[in-house]
Structure formats: structure tokens, C-alpha cells
Design a protein around this ligand. Structure first.
Ligand code: GLA
Length: 696
């Protein structure tokens, strides 16, 4: 519920209150546990310290305009050819119910010096304790240049400490969980690489340093933007903590002529009073219900990348496909190497025609073969990039980003295409539409992007600084159009592993590839970090020959590899053409188990029972939406010193209901399972167990 009384906006969700005052600059009064927010008008007063700090409320402003009396990160900074001053005055607000799950508050300002309007949006998802915040700038006057544009600012109530949890990473080592305690000053996470980036993910959680998986207040936020972004955490000398997120200031500028507007990416924020576990469950449910495209169960896929790399030949692919079908795979995906002169990463990218040497009878013959084996078919593309050694680049050297008269940088022997350019966008839409309409049985696209954006220029400084934003916009437009045109096709987002995972692209993606590191043990760390902010429904995980891509090969038992990969969307990436019947039978058995429980894993409530970072026992539980099925995966890396076998203490059950542990005589009350637990038997190195419990 949203109300407005005594200049106070009071946003109530199921378990939280978010209150801000429309006085002395719109500023936050309270955000946290649910209270009677309407009481708080007594806190609305002018706060100043000295002529240096005339308005301390400005440190808590909902959306800061430069020039105001706040010296913190602002949300909007402009420069007209003449006027730079923003004196934004409130003009009106509206409250409406948009659908059964969402109410929207809009709040409008106008500059007193010009015809510039700003609308703030608060999309309130009360059941999830989540608010999606974004802003729109509309220019009805002379041309204006925007130099800084953010989605929102947030203020945290006074706490004893401020601990920020956030994810960092690198290629093959994504989703590390970090803790940063704020001291007076600023701390920033960001991407400047033209993509969401592997180094930081645009997500955070904040508590007072005492919250756990099961208890404590946690404030959290995720930015939905797949280009240069920035989230800053500022703790001021007056002990205000302000979090500002949105498009990065780095190399950004945007011109609005009369009648034009720009909308920021959304910053999705929320509050949990029951720790990090509840935070993740709220997010997972919200993402499934309101961000991700509506889909049913994700299919078990086979991807041939690690088996054949670029050497994708029809015979070897057929051999893989036959075996994949036998073990129960539902979707066969061909990765890089099927097109142009793509024999390695040095050539062919951009030439989206089937390589005749590898597929003499075309790709359709192979697709038919896959279909005849009872599987669906999917294919890899990387449309935003081009090898210099390609027909596309030779024909259109002007399609890539480059500074005037200068040689652009290459990474993985490729350049990036300026996809905001009309012809380029049309080329991509053209070949993708051709591929998908000529081959109606392609029902899955893995869309990759293996280069950071460099040389982002068309040789015109003002236009150059708009390109980053326009790249993201064009990408979303392309995906949106393709999805509308080919609704039966599912999309997987990948960027050299997990460099493009954010709620912006995930509006269009059915699943994502979190890392090129497919070692089952290291993957547990990556998956745990991922699970803080993102739902298992989109987390693809392959069982491979256990390579971590770091020149090391690991021998993990197949059971362990499967259990690790069954925690999201199961895929197989191993070279199954090398396997004997016995191993294939084992694969078949695990795939069948996964199919039986996948609905619970993909759509259930996830409980991180024991962290791989903190304990020798790692365990994760999933409870189905109807609460009838419980699935638990448990892992132990080594058995040492005659240690006592750990118990699995479950969470989220009905204390008075009975649960049958599959394959045993055990039938226990939820209370017993949540207080005492079930004994594990994890004796060996890299041992793992899977449990299924049924209520009733
Ligand atoms: C990236 C992806 C891999 C694979 C290769 C193909 O590295 O993350 O999964 O698709 O590209 O070149």
C-alpha cells in the first residue's frame, strides 16, 4: 500500500516500510522493518550544521540533483549550452495499481530554469518486499546534455556497523562473496568494460555485520543494466549512509533535444528481516514471477563445446548426439565453430553461414537427425563481435567501434560491432531471423560475447559518449524483437562465462552461463555466490570431464559432478563419445533423477544449509512450491581425523508434518528434521549425497 499524507510518502510492503518526506528536498526518513510509517511526520524537519552544510537532509535525498546542497554522488547532472543549474520543484505524484502484484508511485519534478522534467518511479511489489526504482528525464525545452544519470539513491537507517556483501570475479572464477565494512568515505563497485562485467556484479546486500543466513536485517539491491554501471556506498561525516546506483559516470554523456527522454535502468531493492537466506528466496521468487520470461521447466541439455571445441563436424556431432539421446538429454546444442571459416578463434566470427566442410549437407540435415533421435536442437552465436579475418569485416570495416584513424584493440582476435548502427542492427536481426526461420527446429540460442568493449567511438566525441548506453539499448531491442518473432526459442546469455548476468538482460534470457569453470568443486563456490542474488531456474551447469580451464584436470566422482550440476539447470558437456556403456548408464541414471526433481530445484525455495566457504559440509535444500517435496544436496571434500559424520539440519519445513526420506525407513517430523536432522554418510574424498523427502 502507498499513501501520501502530511508531505510523507508511506510505502508499505508485506514486511517492510519505506517512508520519505516531500519537504526540505525529498529525502528518506525510514526504510526497514514494518512500522506505522504515517507516525513519522515528527521527524520531518530542516537539518543543517553550518554554512558549509546547510541541508543535511540532502544526504538522504531520494534522487539528488546537482546543484543542490548535497556533495555526495548525485543522480542527475546536466549541462545546457547555457544553463547548468537544476532547481527541481515537485509538481505532482500519482499512485496506481498496475497489476495484482504491483502498485506504482510516480513523483514528478520540473526545473524552475528550464522545461526539463524528471519522473521517479517506485514499482512496489508488496508480497516480495521489493521496490523497483528508476527515473525518466524528459526535455521539453532547448537541447540539454546529461553528464550523470542514476536510477536511484537509497538511505540506510542508523546501524552500529555497515557491512556490504557483493560479488567479485574474473574469467573462470566468478561470484566470489566479499564483505566490506563502510567507514567514513566512499566505496564503489562498477563496470567500465562495456558489459555487466566479470569483476563486480551489479548487486549488493547490506547489514550491520551480525545478520546470518537465518536472522537479521538485510537491505539489498540489484541493478538491471548490461553496460557500464556504478553503485556507490557513501558514509558521511553525519553518519548517513547513501547508496546510489545507475549508469556509470565514466565516459558518459547524453544529449536530449526538445521532445526527447531517457529512462534509467531499474534498481531493484528490498528488505529482509530474516537474514540472507530469506533475502535470496524473496529475490528468486520475484525474478521468476516478474523478471524472467515466462517458461516452464528448463530442458536437460548437451553442449558439445568441451568435447569438440571448434572442431564441430557432422560425424562427431552425430556420434555425440546418439549418445546424448540414449542417456536422456532433451536438447542438443552445438557451440562455437559451425559457421564461416571458424576453425579456431582467429577467423570467421561474423560470417553466419554454415561451414560446408563441416556440414556438407547443411545444418538442417543435422537438425533433422537430432530431432529423429527425439531431442530438440540449439546453437551458439556471438553476434556483437567480428574477427578481422572474416568476410563481414572485409566488407564492412566501418561497422566496428574505433577511434578516428586509429587501430582498435583486439581481444580473442576480435573487434566489437557498433550494434547501435542501423545497418549493423539490421544485419544481426537479419541473419538471426534467417537462421531461426529457415531452421524452425532451432529452439535454443546460446548468445555469447567474448570481448570487453574498447575503442568505443565513431570518431565524434559527443556521440561517442552515448555509445555505451546505446549498445545496451540496441542489445535489448534485438533480443526483444527476436523473442517476439520466435516465441518458441529459448535464449541463454553468456559472456566468456558469467560476464553478463544482471536483471537487465535477464528480462530476455531464459537461462545464463555463470562460468567457464566447470570443475564440480570450484563450481560450488561460484554457484553459492550466484545464489545470493539469482535464482536456480536460470543457472546452467554442465557435467564435464572436470576441467577448470586452468590447465588442471580434476578427477571428481561422477556422483559429485552430477550433484553439483543438478543444483540449477542440468547440462552435460563431457566428451561422452569416450565413455563405455557402464558410464553412460550412470549418466542416464542421474539424468533421470534430475528430471524427477527438477521442478523443485528450478522453482522451489532454496535454503543454503551450510556454506562451502565455511564448513567441510556443504548442503543446499530446495522445497517445492506445493511444499510436498524436499530435495537436499550435500557435499564433503574430504574425510579427516575420524571426524564425526555431520547431520543435515533442514529448514523451512512444517514442524508438525511428517516427511519420508526416500530410500530409507526414516519418517520424521519437520521439527525433528529442523532441530536434529538426518545423518550423512560422506566418507570419501569429494563425496556427495542427494536426499529426497516427501511430505505426508
Ligand atoms: C566462451 C563461452 C564458452 C564457449 C566459447 C566458445 O568462452 O563462455 O562456453 O561458448 O566462448 O568460443
Amino acid at each position: 500500500m502507498i499513501t501520501y499524507n502530511n508531505n510523507l510518502f508511506n510505502i508499505e510492503t508485506k514486511n517492510s516500510s519505506y517512508v520519505f518526506a516531500n519537504e526540505h528536498c525529498p529525502h528518506n526518513i525510514y526504510w526497514g522493518d514494518k512500522i506505522h510509517g504515517e507516525d513519522l511526520s515528527y521527524l520531518v524537519k530542516e537539518r543543517g550544521h553550518s554554512s558549509f552544510d546547510m541541508n543535511i537532509n540532502a544526504e538522504r535525498e531520494e534522487y539528488g540533483f546537482w546543484t543542490g546542497f548535497s556533495f555526495l554522488e548525485s543522480c542527475l547532472k546536466i549541462s545546457y549550452p547555457e544553463i547548468r543549474k537544476l532547481d527541481m520543484k515537485f509538481i505532482d505524484y500519482s499512485i496506481e495499481t498496475v497489476n495484482k502484484d504491483m502498485d506504482r508511485l510516480t513523483f514528478r519534478y520540473k526545473n524552475s530554469y528550464s522545461d526539463l522534467y524528471v519522473t521517479l518511479f517506485y514499482d512496489v511489489y508488496a508480497e516480495y518486499d521489493i521496490i523497483s526504482r528508476y527515473a525518466e528525464v524528459y526535455n521539453d525545452g532547448e537541447e540539454v546534455i546529461i553528464e550523470n544519470l542514476k536510477s536511484a539513491s537509497l538511505s540506510i537507517p542508523k546501524l552500529n556497523n555497515y557491512r556490504v556483501k557483493y560479488l567479485t570475479g574474473k574469467w573462470a572464477g566468478e561470484s566470489n562473496i566479499n564483505d566490506q565494512y563502510l567507514t567514513t568515505g566512499a566505496f564503489t563497485i562498477q563496470s567500465r568494460c562495456g558489459n555487466t562485467g566479470p569483476h563486480f556484479n551489479p548487486s549488493f546486500a547490506l547489514d550491520d555485520g551480525t545478520a546470518t543466513e537465518k536472522s537479521g536485517n538485510v537491505w539489498f539491491g540489484l541493478l538491471g543494466y548490461s553496460n557500464n554501471w556504478q553503485i556507490s556506498f557513501e558514509k558521511t561525516i553525519y553518519d548517513n549512509v547513501k547508496i546510489t546506483g545507475g549508469i556509470s559516470n565514466f565516459d558518459f554523456m547524453f544529449t536530449l533535444t526538445k521532445g526527447e527522454s531517457i529512462k534509467t535502468p531499474a534498481m531493484t531493492v528490498g528488505f529482509s528481516s530474516e537474514g540472507y537466506g530469506e533475502m535470496s528466496r524473496k529475490l528468486h521468487a520475484f525474478e521468476v514471477d516478474h523478471i524472467f520470461p515466462k517458461r516452464s521447466l528448463a530442458r536437460v541439455l548437451y553442449n558439445s563445446w568441451e568435447a569438440t571445441y571448434f572442431d564441430v563436424r557432422v560425424d562427431s556431432q552425430k556420434a555425440l548426439a546418439e549418445r546424448a539421446a540414449k542417456i536422456g538429454v532433451e536438447l542438443f546444442v552445438i557451440d562455437d565453430g559451425w559457421f564461416g571459416m571458424r576453425h579456431n578463434d582467429k577467423a570467421g566470427l561474423g560470417d553466419w553461414y554454415v561451414n560446408k566442410e563441416k556440414f556438407p549437407k547443411g545444418i538442417s540435415e543435422f537438425i533433422d537427425y537430432v530431432k529423429s533421435l527425439g531431442m530438440d536442437f540449439g546453437i551458439w552465436v556471438e553476434p556483437e563481435a567480428v574477427n578481422p579475418d572474416s568476410d563481414l569485416y572485409r566488407a564492412h570495416p566501418d561497422w566496428i567501434y574505433r577511434f578516428k584513424d586509429q587501430e582498435p584493440m583486439q581481444a580473442r582476435n576480435q573487434y566489437t560491432l557498433n550494434i547501435s548502427k542501423k545497418e549493423v542492427k539490421e544485419y544481426i536481426l537479419g541473419f538471426m531471423s534467417g537462421l531461426l526461420s529457415e531452421n524452425k527446429d532451432i529452439t535454443f540460442i546460446k548468445w555469447d560475447m567474448n570481448k570487453t568493449l574498447t575503442d568505443v567511438s565513431v570518431g565524434d566525441t559527443a556521440k561517442d559518449k552515448e555509445l555505451w548506453f546505446k549498445h545496451a539499448q540496441a542489445l535489448y531491442e534485438i533480443w526483444k524483437e527476436l523473442r517476439a518473432k520466435f516465441p518458441h526459442v529459448e535464449f541463454e546469455v553468456c559472456a566468456g562465462g558469467g560476464s553478463r548476468i544482471d536483471l537487465g538482460i535477464l528480462q530476455y534470457a531464459d537461462q545464463c552461463w555463470p562460468s567457464d569453470n566447470t570443475d564440480a568443486y570450484e563450481r560450488l563456490f561460484i554457484q553459492e555466490g550466484f545464489s545470493l542474488f539469482y535464482a536456480p531456474r536460470i543457472m546452467t551447469s554442465w557435467v564435464t570431464d572436470a576441467s577448470s580451464h586452468c590447465d588442471r584436470k580434476y578427477e571428481r566422482p561422477y556422483s559429485y559432478r552430477f550433484h553439483s550440476s543438478m543444483m540449477g539447470v542440468l547440462g552435460i558437456g563431457a566428451n561422452i563419445s569416450n565413455f563405455n556403456e557402464e558410464v553412460l548408464e550412470e549418466f542416464k541414471k542421474y539424468i533421470a533423477i534430475y528430471k524427477d526433481i527438477r521442478e523443485t530445484v528450478q522453482y522451489g525455495k532454496q535454503y543454503r544449509l551450510s556454506s562451502v566457504r565455511e564448513s567441510s559440509l556443504h548442503a543446499v535444500e530446495y522445497i517445492s512450491q506445493d511444499e510436498k517435496e524436499v530435495v537436499v544436496f550435500a557435499f564433503r571434500q574430504g574425510y579427516q581425523f575420524g571426524d564425526v559424520m555431520p547431520y543435515l539440519v533442514l529448514q523451512g519445513l512444517d514442524p508438525n508434518a511428517m516427511y519420508q526420506v526416500e530410500g530409507t525407513e526414516l519418517k520424521l517430523h519437520g521439527s525433528t528434521l529442523m532441530k536434529v536432522g538426518i545423518e550423512t554418510s560422506l566418507w570419501g574424498d569429494f563425496d556427495s549425497q542427494y536426499f529426497k523427502l516427501t511430505r505426508g
